[in-house]
Design a protein around this ligand. Structure first.
Ligand code: FAD
Length: 399
């Protein structure tokens, strides 16, 4: 092998070229490092196997609970308070190792717990959040339908009809992560009386609810997504989330989780870049490592530039969130930008690996495929750019 003439910058190897992790202080940095060790030791070794089998890492729930990162201090005072920066970096690290794991975690801790936190009464939060913090109950979030995806704001087909002290839910939901095994699903449905969107916590085993796993997915295979049928599902009024009164409340939940997807997309790009860099320094052609060719270096530099630009954006987004100044359009811009840069980055990573770029064995293929799901969920690129466009122009261009 040709002699290497220069030292490699460890920060570049790690995909943290501008040292964003150094912004964390003291215990928060230690927590990030501890989670990173868990991801490398416990998640990475089986990520490809679970991806191929289409299985979620349910066997890790006790270990995840012990990491003390599920939920917030307000949900349960056993959880250490955490900055938005640490929350974001944790999501980035999870995706950097395995976007399926990050999504499995995010559907429970972000979407489902977030809906209950944002829209539940104090009594409802106390009822559901502490057992979710402990992973004794796993949550799912059911908004999307087979016939209503991006257009959810304009009207859901799933209906809720008040009947005495109960509500009766009818309809279908598609793509609902974790719902094949979840203990509770937050179902968003249109109240037939006032036409507004409301949210209901439907618990496992409720008659009329069935959840069948979607087959044939080519991205995030380590997440189980369900097609849910609600056939006269009866839920008590006490399971209706008190502060979910219209789609504006759904949007409050999505603002936070969209920001989370921006972090996750950055992590997915970092994982792909790392796989490509590691491969490039080992793989030889024409008698020298491919890392020594200008065209390969150009791809690596462009990947690192994408990642670093995204990191700068999401770090600033976390600071705005900390000051309670994060708006829908700012979260949408980050989701739109970071997923677009991710998609470009994973394609370059896959290219650096040549044929091996489509084999799971070298990891780049998994990031390449998973990026497609991150690009579309929690609002497609188009939807997020329209949210930004509305903020920029004052005109709504959705329809
Ligand atoms: P559509 O809305 O049918 O869009 C198709 C295309 O048309 C897109 O390119 C879109 O951008 C474009 N388009 C639509 N309207 C416009 C317009 N006005 N202007 C310009 N372009 C437009 N949902 C949940 O509720 N819970 C979950 O846990 C969940 N998990 C998911 C996991 C995965 C892996 C995936 C892929 C999806 C998941 N979703 C979940 C659903 C996800 O949020 C939707 O897929 C997404 O919102 C897009 O909806 P759609 O797939 O129906 O696409």
């Amino acid at each position: 092998m040709a002699e290497r003439q220069h030292e490699i910058d460890p920060a570049a190897v790690e995909g943290d070229f501008y040292h964003v992790k150094d912004l964390l202080e003291g215990d928060e940095r230690k927590k990030l490092d501890r989670v990173r060790t868990f991801l490398v030791d416990r998640v990475a070794p089986r990520a490809n196997e679970l991806w191929e089998a289409g299985e979620s890492p349910l066997y890790l729930r006790d270990e995840i609970r012990d990491l003390d990162i599920t939920g917030t201090y307000a949900d349960d005072h056993s959880i250490a308070p955490r900055s938005y920066l640490l929350t974001g970096l944790l999501g980035m690290e999870m995706s950097r190792v395995d976007p399926s794991f990050a999504t499995f975690f995010g559907v429970h801790a972000g979407l489902a717990m977030g809906a209950i936190r944002e829209c539940g009464s104090e009594e409802q939060k106390q009822r559901w959040l502490p057992p979710m913090v402990r992973w004794e109950k796993i949550g799912a979030f059911g908004l999307t339908e087979p016939l209503v995806g991006s257009g959810a704001a304009l009207g859901l087909l799933t209906t809720a009809r008040r009947d005495g002290d109960d509500w009766v839910l009818d309809g279908e939901k598609k793509w609902i992560g974790n719902a094949t095994f979840a203990d509770l699903v937050v179902i968003w449905a249109r109240d037939v009386d006032d036409d507004e969107v409301k949210a209901f916590v439907v618990e496992k085993g409720t008659p009329g609810l069935t959840a069948r796993a979607l087959e044939g997915k080519i991205a995030l295979r380590g997440v189980q997504n369900a097609h849910i049928v609600l056939d006269g599902v009866r839920v008590p009024e006490e399971n209706r989330l008190r502060h979910a009164e219209s789609f504006r409340d759904t949007a409050r939940v999505l603002k936070v989780t969209r920001g989370g997807v921006a972090w996750s997309a950055t992590g997915c790009a970092v994982g792909a870049y790392e796989a490509a860099r590691a491969y490039a320094v080992e793989r030889e052609q024409f008698g020298r490592p491919i890392a020594g060719f200008q065209l390969v270096q150009d791809l690596l530099a462009r990947m690192l530039a994408n990642i670093t630009a995204c990191q700068g954006m999401v770090v600033r987004m976390a600071a705005l969130h900390e000051q309670d100044r994060l708006g829908d359009a700012q979260a949408a811009l980050a989701k739109m930008f970071c997923t677009t840069r991710m998609r470009e980055t994973v394609a370059w990573a896959r290219e650096v690996l040549g044929g091996n770029g489509i084999l799971l064995e070298h990891d780049a293929a998994r990031f390449f495929a998973d990026a497609e799901a991150l690009y579309s969920y929690e609002g497609t690129r188009d939807m997020n750019s329209l949210i930004v466009g509305r903020a920029v122009t004052g005109y709504s261009a959705f329809v």
